[in-house]
Design a binder for this molecule. Structure first.
Ligand code: PAF
Length: 296
């Protein structure tokens, strides 16, 4: 695959936007006729530097990059959460354009879920733990919309952030199981200087909550270092829980040590593993994960 730069700087200020699957397919087909490779960056908007890192990766790998912007209602198990989700298409389009995105696919809900829509993609086991257990229906909503996007765009590569590591592994499994002809690429989590993982949900934090938020990553990093040094999982994870709650988080949905490959629960890092956490700061639910080196 060869990457291409836009023809001129002026291309960086405007962004072609399509809202229909027919329009999307026509644009991608024209690139395919020219023999160009295509990368897809699926998003729900509310862009931050983590999304832009996905676009940059796609532009480095592929000749053309499609970004999708669709706040997918089926992955929100709480209607309040869906309503509160930050939306600003014009601001997002400007950021996509500045990053050199070639096409924005921003469909309305009835283009994605027309009347009578009745299909769900469920990835068992990988999708039943962590956020799958604490947000019923969420992972099915993600897998279903990503399966549709992959089929609509038919990219060579689709890019997802490691911050949503469970989502990434579910999408990899789904693409393999459904014989989808696409490479699923994971891109490292982008963090604020204080360690907070970039997330569209950070926009919902009050200034006080924003001060507290990095405690989640601090606690995971400290526990990961202890586990890598050979500490037993129980006390290390208990200390992490206590640190998160003492910092001002109101509740923890989960704090688990799991295998990277299949997300199996682990007693210790005896294979490539990560600590995963989801915790509530007021009404905002933040997630993060941290790799753990094999125990010493
Ligand atoms: O990670 C996200 O933003 C969403 O879950 C995704 C992959 C765009 C599907 O709606």
């Amino acid at each position: 695959m060869s990457a291409q730069t836009p023809a001129s700087e002026s291309d960086r200020t405007t962004l072609a936007t399509v809202r229909s699957i027919v329009g999307l397919r026509a644009a991608v087909a024209a690139w395919r006729r020219e023999g160009l490779s295509v990368g897809l960056v699926p998003t729900m908007g509310a862009l931050h530097a983590g999304h832009l890192a996905l676009i940059r990766r796609s532009r480095a790998d592929c000749a053309r990059t499609v970004a999708s912007l669709f706040v997918n209602p089926t992955q929100f198990n709480d209607p309040k959460d869906l309503k509160a989700y930050p939306r600003d298409e014009a601001a997002d389009a400007a950021l996509f354009a500045a990053e050199g995105t070639d096409l924005l696919f921003a469909p309305p809900a009835d283009e994605v879920y027309p009347a009578g829509f009745a299909t769900q993609v469920r990835v068992t086991s990988l999708g039943d733990c962590l956020c799958g257990a604490t947000r019923p229906g969420h992972m099915e909503g993600v897998a279903t919309v990503v399966a549709k996007l992959l089929n609509q765009v038919r990219p060579d590569v689709a890019y997802f952030g490691e911050k949503d590591f469970q989502q990434l592994q579910i999408i990899r499994r789904m693409a393999t199981d459904l014989d989808l002809d696409v490479t699923i690429a994971g891109v490292a989590t982008v963090r604020e200087p204080d360690g907070l993982a970039l997330s569209s949900r950070n926009f919902l934090l009050t200034p006080e909550q924003r001060e507290i938020a990095p405690a989640l990553h601090r606690a995971l990093s400290a526990a990961a270092a202890e586990l890598a040094g050979g500490a037993s999982a129980g006390p290390a994870m208990e200390a992490a829980r206590a640190a998160i709650l003492e910092a001002g988080f109101r509740a923890i949905d989960y704090l688990d040590l799991r295998a990277e490959a299949d997300l199996a629960a682990l007693e210790g890092p005896d294979r490539p593993a990560r600590l995963f956490a989801a915790a509530w700061l007021g009404d905002v639910r933040l997630i993060d994960n941290e790799p753990v080196e094999s125990g010493g």
